[in-house]
Unconditional design. Structure first.
Length: 136
């Protein structure tokens, strides 16, 4: 058995959308493992969308930015749309100060808005008994 290294980042499947996140800074090995794992899942799960939540990232550098851009390009070539959600204000300020543009990376304020961009809609659940009354 030829085991690939795992990035240690959970990748959840919600229909045809994969949801994952970045918890800490990535080094070369974990970035490669994350990219390999996510691209494998795109093809295996026939995903049409990927949401990457970065709300726990306190800082970002050019390496992480480049990794996100490359991952977005690879996913697009595989037929999937990527939305990066939850960027904190200090992270966005750092990117601007460093002159780093996330070319080709679609962003959303939070995961809920990111899922909406990928075609998911939040449905309101009626309180118990209200559904029956609404049908009457």
């Amino acid at each position: 058995m030829n085991a690939r290294p795992s990035a240690g980042v959970p990748i959840l499947r919600l229909g045809d959308v994969l949801v994952t996140g970045l918890l800490d800074q990535l080094d070369d090995n974990s970035a490669r493992a994350f990219t390999d794992e996510l691209t494998s899942r795109i093809t295996a799960d026939e995903a049409r969308g990927i949401l990457i939540d970065i709300s726990r990232l306190q800082i970002i550098d050019s390496f992480v930015a480049r990794t996100l851009m490359e991952l977005t390009t690879v996913a697009r070539l595989l037929g999937a749309r990527v939305v990066v959600a939850g960027m904190l204000p200090p992270v966005s300020i750092t990117l601007v100060e460093l002159g780093i543009e996330l070319t080709g990376v679609e962003t959303a304020l939070n995961a809920e808005r990111g899922m909406a961009l990928l075609g998911w809609q939040q449905t309101r659940q009626l309180p118990k008994g209200a559904a029956r009354a609404a049908l009457s």
